[in-house]
Write a protein that binds this ligand. Structure first.
Ligand SMILES: *[C@@H]1O[C@H](CO)[C@@H](O)[C@H](O)[C@H]1NC(C)=O
Length: 201
């Protein structure tokens, strides 16, 4: 009776649109950033200015995020609500999740700046040093895990089991993205350190 298909309406096209949008975003920015790193694609598009290229990518990623969030909310509206997820305690927990998720995301942006947040390393715009203070002493990827917490909080806020399935898709998508991004950016910084130590000699 209470199988997953009762809790989640997989026949809704908005559900699958949300899945597609969740998977598309990190795939898009990883392809765009690698293409920039190898061929300076976005810098060329920005008339040879790497900073403008990075700002263009930042704006695109930001807008894609807003579109995805809107699709997610609309998908949730078309899904069944579970009574156990409604009431004061779930609502309070939902608010706490969204709030702390947003604290992680916004404090990360504040600490990294626009180019640090939006893949500036791939444009050759490197941070002077690795940021280790809050929120990076809580998690190495506050943008990703903060965003995942907001997805879970929104699912709980509306009392939608489907939202937790979609949050699982977000979690998997970001975990895969991190396995691509973390070693790649680490290599970019190692390369700079090697070049700097050569210069120092
Ligand atoms: C992280 O750093 C902040 C401020 O620098 C500090 O208040 C907080 O306790 C630290 N958190 C952890 C888990 O170390």
């Amino acid at each position: 009776m209470n199988s997953l298909t009762n809790l989640v309406d997989f026949s809704q096209s908005t559900f699958w649109l949300a899945v597609a949008s969740i998977l598309f975003n990190p795939t898009f920015w990883n392809f765009a950033a690698r293409s920039e790193y190898h061929n300076k694609t976005l810098t060329k598009l920005a008339g040879g200015n790497a900073l403008y290229g990075c700002y263009g990518l930042a704006a695109t990623i930001f807008i894609l995020g807003i579109v995805r969030d809107a699709i997610y909310e609309r998908a949730l509206r078309n899904q069944p609500t579970h009574p156990l997820l409604l009431g004061f305690v779930p609502n309070a927990l939902a608010a706490a999740l969204v709030l702390s998720g947003n604290v992680l995301v916004l404090s990360s942006m504040w600490a990294l700046g626009i180019t640090g947040t939006y893949l500036g390393d791939y444009f050759g715009i490197l941070m002077d040093e690795i940021v280790t203070g809050f929120p990076f002493n809580v998690t190495g990827s506050p943008m990703y895990w903060g965003s995942t917490m907001s997805f879970a909080g929104t699912a709980l806020w509306f009392g939608k089991p489907a939202g937790f399935v979609l949050t699982g898709v977000v979690f998997v998508a970001y975990s895969i993205a991190l396995r691509f991004e973390d070693p790649f950016t680490a290599e970019i910084y190692k390369k700079r350190d090697r070049e700097n130590s050569k210069k120092a000699k």
